[in-house]
Ligand binder design. Structure first.
Ligand code: NAD
Length: 336
């Protein structure tokens, strides 16, 4: 059985997902494309040699009877409308993060999905599909380090453009950590605080950089994340889980260890796209398999809502300088 997929938004990640469905993954085919910039949809069609129809609008694409599942890869502000429309049409939908740009938008999606009686949505949080994070999760779950007490983490980018402003450190950068720590710890957050160290001279005027975000979970685990988006030296993701009986660190990406010019070293990545490149393949294959088996198991709408609620509290904490509560109801059985 081949799952017929329609892609809404054929920009950077939409085109890349269409490529991986066509050239790398199994069990699915892109048969429909749309973008507000129709030239972009036509370009993806011709670049990949797709036998696909181009639709003027995402709603026309969703309504097409031959489309089994929809990829929502357009700008965040349009995610909610297309995800809800896909749910109402009874179609499976993979939505890139953010699930919606507001917590209320995520709630609307959760309500629509629960009303449909069936899990139809997977959110594009790909870190749970990364082999390093999977090893870290297995280590925690095995009890090898005892109960996790603290996480020290860092999300560093070499540099960001001038349009990058302080809240984006949360909504665009930290959002992946907000999702992955909940999954790693099987726990929810109760509060957030943000503090600002001395600002780097490499940061533009509208971004405070670096920032340290501190989170507390229901079980009392404390997390500190350094978000440093002008670190200059590379793209670097660190995660160290301190348990009662040991410490488990996220493995570094594989790289050749070289001895040269009186140096012993390894090259670091500089482009975020390369860091989780395999995880994108695995997450989308999991979506295709989930649609085929009528059983989605990846990051769900509740994960999208939890990330949005937590991100809002972090932005509030950036502004207030106070510890801000993160209030999320217990995960409904529907999403367990
Ligand atoms: P992009 O700007 O390259 O592409 C977005 C495309 O959507 C554009 O071609 C635009 O014309 C189109 N579009 C916008 N509104 C539309 C609408 N109403 N209907 C149809 N098309 C519309 O952006 P991108 O980098 O591909 O990001 C897209 C989404 O994917 C964002 O939500 C972003 O946060 C997310 N993303 C996630 C990851 C990840 O690591 N999971 C990485 C990159 C991007």
């Amino acid at each position: 059985m081949t799952i017929k997929i329609g892609v809404i938004g054929t920009g950077a990640i939409g085109a890349d997902h269409a490529r991986r469905i066509t050239n790398t993954l199994v069990g699915a085919e892109v048969i429909a494309l749309t973008d507000v910039n129709l030239d972009s949809a036509h370009k993806v069609k011709s670049d990949l040699g797709l036998n696909a129809e181009i639709y003027p609008d995402g709603h026309d694409l969703i309504a097409r009877s031959g489309v089994d599942a929809v990829l929502v890869t357009c700008w965040g502000a349009a995610h909610e409308e297309f995800v809800v429309a896909a749910i109402k049409a009874g179609k499976y939908v993979f939505c890139e993060k953010p699930l919606a740009t507001t917590a209320q938008g995520c709630r609307n999606i959760v309500e629509a999905e629960m009303a449909s009686g069936k899990r139809l949505v997977q959110v594009g949080f790909m870190r749970p599909y990364d082999s390093g994070y999977k090893m870290l999760k297995d280590t925690i779950d095995s009890g090898a380090i005892g109960e996790p007490l603290m996480i020290h983490a860092a999300h560093r980018n070499a540099s960001v453009p001038e349009q990058y402003i302080s809240p984006m450190a949360i909504h665009d950068t930290l959002i992946h950590e907000l999702d992955v720590f909940r999954w790693l710890l099987d726990d929810d957050y109760v509060s957030a605080q943000v503090v600002f160290p001395r600002k780097t001279k490499y940061a533009h005027s509208k971004v405070a950089d670096p920032q340290i975000v501190m989170l507390e979970t229901k079980k009392g685990t404390r997390i500190d994340v350094e978000v440093f988006v002008n670190c200059q030296y590379g793209y670097d993701i660190q995660c160290s889980v301190v348990g009662e009986e040991g410490i488990a660190n996220l493995p570094e990406p594989q790289a050749i260890v070289m001895r040269k010019n009186a140096n012993l070293g390894q090259q670091l990545l500089t482009d975020w796209k390369d860091r989780f490149i395999d995880a994108y393949d695995v997450e989308l294959q999991d979506f295709i398999d989930g649609v085929t088996n009528q059983n989605l198991t990846g990051p769900n709408s509740w994960s999208g809502l939890a990330a949005a609620v937590s991100a809002d509290a972090c932005v509030k904490a950036q502004e207030s300088g106070q510890i801000e509560a993160i209030e999320l109801p217990d995960t409904p059985d529907f999403y367990r």
